[in-house]
Design a protein around this ligand. Structure first.
Ligand SMILES: Cc1ncc(COP(=O)(O)O)c(C=O)c1O
Length: 466
């Protein structure tokens, strides 16, 4: 293959100030708290506190994740208040409960701020429920908190459910199949049941392989289900359009109406997760407020049409709450020619997509990438970004196009930030090539704290028996 001449370096247009150009300071795409210092470094504001990301990185090094607990607090509070406000103005007669799904980010620093703002919990395994037990034992929270239990109910999981119920916690197991249905016949508390709704929505979820829950027909045919209080569904994650969350709700309400004929104590619909975040800041995306408004209005209209009691609503939105609360920062360590059509360069980072931002590889996740320094640069380069593991899949190419970043030839050193990395990436993280995981910092009330140290070679080796 012949070497392509590098494309002419694009320039940031004069009329686009740097903040506008890098899409910072905009509420609707979750970048309202980002700004640029007069020196051209990335700034994050938290009320009247502010964090100069470049200074933090110069002190702590890279790769580094910086988590902002206040963002989680604000998003949880806002979510609950918005649901309650629309419930009030529409005259909806059910209540709203927010359950934070722990699988999205189990780190203590993410879970506790959510709980502090009124989140209940959703767990997906015995080990996640064990963490809840830990929190209760440490008197970390009010035992009025409600816990939804998804995922396969192993013996250990069921024992823990019983144990926590014994301590006064409201723990609601969700029945996923016939084996669990049989087993739950002896269970004394309220239960939920999961339906695999017969529809497909635009998102990353392969409906052909959905193996969770019962079909709608099966649920109607089951008739009376002991202690049934909750009808649950989860159709997908990062749902692309509002309609993808409205249609499932309509269908679930029709099913709820039918199931209530035999199960009059059924009083709650759990709409699962799925609310998305605008990772790709150049595309139009729905806001949480418009989504919530339409969900509540739809629930009211459908129930009134069918003449059924307005159910309580549960949402298990995870990504929506925590993704925008973290940034991941790398240093560019080298530039190489990419030999691709557009003549892009490779910028090599001191971390790994396959390890630290695994969805880049697994589901072709798009990220918003901004420089941490040299944000005022007018001359930019079209690049692809390469991870530092030995795998050719360890890369980010923005779907095969390019990422615009300052030219390395104009920069003594360059650091870049990936926005919205707070959801799923930590729990999926791995150690390909035995690379160390990034350092994790929290920034809150003007203070920076190290919450996970950078792993040493000894520590990583130990995990593999060395
Ligand atoms: C049952 C259930 N609830 C909630 C979630 C959270 O989904 P999201 O992060 O899309 O809101 C998931 C994620 O897979 C899930 O499986």
């Amino acid at each position: 293959m012949g070497t392509k001449r590098p494309a002419k370096a694009p320039k940031r247009k004069k009329k686009n100030g740097p903040k506008k150009f890098w899409l910072l300071g905009r509420e609707e795409i979750n970048t309202a708290h980002f700004d640029i210092t007069p020196e051209g470094t990335l700034l994050v504001r938290e009320g009247n506190y502010q964090y100069n990301i470049y200074n933090i990185i110069k002190k702590h090094g890279t790769p580094t994740e910086i988590f902002f607990p206040t963002i989680v607090e604000n998003r949880v509070r806002d979510l609950i208040e918005t649901f309650n406000a629309f419930i009030k103005v529409t005259g909806y007669r059910g209540r709203f409960y927010y359950h934070y799904p722990m699988k999205v980010n189990q780190n203590r620093e993410f879970v506790l701020p959510a709980v502090a703002e009124g989140a209940n919990l959703d767990v997906g395994s015995a080990n996640e429920l064990f963490v809840v037990k830990r929190m209760i034992e440490q008197d970390k929270f009010n035992e009025k908190i409600r816990v939804i239990c998804n995922g396969p109910k192993t013996d250990r999981y069921m024992d823990l459910i019983d144990e926590l119920r014994g301590k006064g916690l409201i723990v609601i197991p969700i029945i996923e199949d016939m084996v669990e249905l049989e087993r739950m016949k002896k269970f004394k508390g309220e239960v939920g049941i999961r339906v695999d709704l017969n529809l497909k929505v635009a998102s990353h979820w392969d409906k052909r392989y959905n193996r969770y829950g019962f079909t709608e027909e099966e649920l109607v045919n089951l008739g009376k289900i002991r202690n049934l209080a909750v009808l649950h569904y989860h159709v997908s994650s990062q749902i692309e359009r509002i309609d993808g969350l409205i249609q499932p709700l309509k269908r679930a309400i029709a099913l709820y109406a039918k199931m209530r004929e035999k199960n009059p104590q059924l009083d709650t619909i759990d709409i699962g997760g799925g609310a998305g975040v605008p990772y790709d800041k150049r595309k139009r995306f729905y806001t949480g407020r418009s989504l919530i408004s339409q969900l509540v209005k739809t629930a009211k209209k459908q129930c009134d049409r069918l003449g059924v009691r307005h159910p309580n609503l549960i949402a298990e939105w995870g990504r929506y709450v925590v993704a925008p609360a973290q940034v991941t920062i790398y240093k560019i360590t080298a530039e190489k020619q990419a030999y691709n059509k557009g003549g892009n360069s490779w910028y090599v980072i001191d971390g790994s997509f396959m390890n630290d931002l695994l969805d880049t590889w697994a589901i072709k996740q798009k990220w918003h990438v901004v420089p941490v320094n040299h944000l005022l640069s007018k001359k930019l380069a079209r690049v692809w970004i390469g991870g530092s593991s030995c795998d050719s899949d360890d890369k980010y190419t923005a779907g095969g196009s390019y990422i615009l970043l300052p030219r390395l030839s104009d920069a003594d050193e360059l650091y870049i930030a990936f926005l919205d990395t707070g959801a799923y990436q930590d729990s999926l993280a791995s150690h390909h090539c035995l690379l160390s995981s990034p350092l994790k910092l929290t920034a809150q009330n003007g203070e920076i704290k190290v919450v996970r140290k950078r792993e040493t070679a000894e520590e990583v080796g130990k995990q593999f028996g060395w």
